[in-house]
Write a protein of this length. Structure first.
Length: 397
C-alpha cells in the first residue's frame, strides 16, 4: 500500500472534508451551505469513500475524469456535460477510505438545478503506467486489473442531486471494492467491475452511525452493514479497536447487521439515521459480540459468470437480512461462502440502552435463501445448514 504514504497527509486533513471543507469557511464557498459560486450558480463538490474489500491488501484505481449532467439519459457524446476538474489523474488505494474517511476529488460551479447523472472515467493501464488500476491479494503481489469500457466512455452513475444557487452541495462516490474486484479463475488475473453509488451529503454532522464490536472481532474479517429491506446500503469493517463508522448514509431507518466468521449473525432493527446527528450503537464499554457457532460451507456455480450471489436470512416476522455476498469467479462462475449453523440473534435498537438485549431467533436457525442475480433475472435456492448443503447451480439469461 505504497500510495498510503503519499496521500496520508491529504486523508488526515480531509477525513472531515465535509465539516471543515479542506480550505474554506461557510460564507466563501467552503463548508456545507456556503456560497462563492457565480451569480445563479451553485457548487458541487465530490469526494470518494469505500466499502470494505474481501481478501485484498490494496485496491488501486486511477480516476481520469468526473462529469455531471442534468439528464439521466444523456449519452457521452451529448452536449451539456460539465467536468469536475481534477488535479491530474487521481490514483487512490480504496482500502484507505473506510470508516468514514473521504478522499477529495474536486469541485465545480454549476448552473442551479437538478443533476441526474455522473460519469466516472477511469484511466487505463498502459505500458508507461501498468498498475494504474491494480489489486494486491492478501499475501500476494500487486497485479494489474483489467478495466471495462468505462475507462473510455465513463461508468454511468445515477443520482438525483439539487444544486441551489449560491450553495455548496457535497456528493460522495461510495466505491464498493469488495464487489468491484472479480477473480478470473486460476489465471492470476482480475477484472475491475466498478460498483459505485452516489450519495448526497446534507449535513456532515449527521448521516452517520458509529459503534463498537467486541475486540475479538476486530480482525479485519468482520462486516457491519446498514440494510434496508435486506439490501446493504453501507458496509464497513471495524478498526483495530473494534470501532466502526458508517458514513455517509441517507436519512431513514435501517437494520444494522454484524457478520463474522465463527459467529452467528446479529441484527439490530430500526436503527434511525438523521441528517443532523450521529447515531451511536453501544459504546467502548458496550460492544456487539454475537455468540459463537459452527459454520457450514455453501457453494456452487452460476451462469453467466457476471452474476452476483448472496445469502439472505428472513427473521421470524421480518425483516430479511443479507448475511453474505461472496465473489463470483469471472471465468468459471464458481462461488463459495460459509454460513452460520446456529440461530441469529436480534434486538430492536434503543438509544442509550444499558444492554442490547439480543435474543436468539431459533425458528430460523440455519435457514437461508441463496439468491443469484443477473441481467434483471433472479433465481433462489433454499438451504438449511443443519446438514451438509450439496453444490448449488444457477443458470440465468
Amino acid at each position: 500500500m505504497n500510495f498510503r504514504r503519499s496521500i496520508a497527509a491529504g486523508v488526515a486533513a480531509c477525513t472531515l472534508l465535509l465539516l471543515a471543507a479542506c480550505g474554506g469557511g461557510g460564507g466563501a464557498g467552503g463548508g456545507i451551505g456556503g456560497s462563492g459560486a457565480p451569480l445563479g450558480k451553485g457548487t458541487m463538490r465530490a469526494s470518494m469513500t469505500d466499502a470494505p474489500s474481501c481478501g485484498y491488501d490494496a485496491v488501486h484505481v486511477t480516476i481520469d475524469k468526473l462529469r455531471v449532467h442534468q439528464s439521466g439519459n444523456a449519452a457521452e457524446s451529448d452536449s451539456g456535460w460539465v467536468d469536475i476538474p481534477l488535479s491530474g489523474p487521481r490514483r487512490v488505494d480504496l482500502l484507505t477510505l473506510t470508516n468514514g474517511v473521504l478522499f477529495p476529488l474536486g469541485e465545480v460551479p454549476l448552473t442551479a438545478g437538478n443533476y441526474q447523472q455522473m460519469r466516472l472515467v477511469l484511466a487505463g493501464n498502459t505500458q508507461a503506467n501498468p498498475l494504474a488500476n491494480s489489486v494486491t491479494p492478501t499475501g500476494g503481489a500487486e497485479t494489474p486489473m483489467d478495466t471495462p469500457s468505462a475507462q473510455q466512455s465513463g461508468l454511468k452513475l445515477n443520482m438525483n442531486v439539487d444544486v441551489p444557487a449560491g450553495q455548496v452541495v457535497d456528493v460522495v462516490l461510495d466505491f464498493d471494492a469488495c464487489k468491484s474486484v472479480v477473480r478470473r479463475g486460476n489465471s492470476g488475473r482480475y477484472n475491475l467491475k466498478p460498483v459505485v453509488t452516489v450519495i448526497p451529503v446534507v449535513n456532515a454532522g449527521g448521516q452517520r452511525v458509529e459503534g463498537w464490536v467486541d475486540l475479538s472481532l476486530a480482525s479485519g474479517s468482520t462486516f457491519v452493514s446498514l440494510q434496508s429491506q435486506g439490501l446493504p446500503v453501507k458496509t464497513g469493517i471495524p478498526d483495530s479497536q473494534g470501532r466502526f463508522v458508517l458514513f455517509p448514509v441517507p436519512a431513514g431507518n435501517y437494520d444494522l447487521v454484524v457478520s463474522a466468521p465463527g459467529r452467528v449473525s446479529a441484527a439490530l432493527t430500526g436503527v434511525p439515521v438523521g441528517n443532523t446527528a450521529v447515531t451511536t450503537v453501544g459504546s467502548s464499554n458496550l460492544r456487539v459480540n454475537p455468540p459463537a457457532t459452527l459454520m457450514r460451507p455453501v457453494g456452487g456455480m452460476v451462469s453467466p459468470a457476471t452474476a452476483t450471489v448472496r445469502a439472505v436470512q428472513t427473521l421470524a416476522g421480518g425483516p430479511s437480512i443479507e448475511v453474505a455476498s461472496p465473489p463470483v469467479d469471472a471465468q468459471t462462475g464458481a462461488f463459495a461462502m460459509d454460513l452460520p449453523i446456529a440461530a441469529p440473534v436480534r434486538a430492536p435498537y434503543v438509544a442509550n440502552a444499558p444492554s442490547f438485549g439480543f435474543t436468539a431467533d431459533a425458528a430460523v436457525a440455519g435457514l437461508y435463501t441463496v439468491q443469484a442475480n443477473a441481467n434483471g433475472g433472479v433465481q433462489n435456492a433454499a438451504v438449511n445448514t443443519a446438514a451438509p448443503v450439496p453444490p448449488l447451480s444457477f443458470s440465468l439469461p
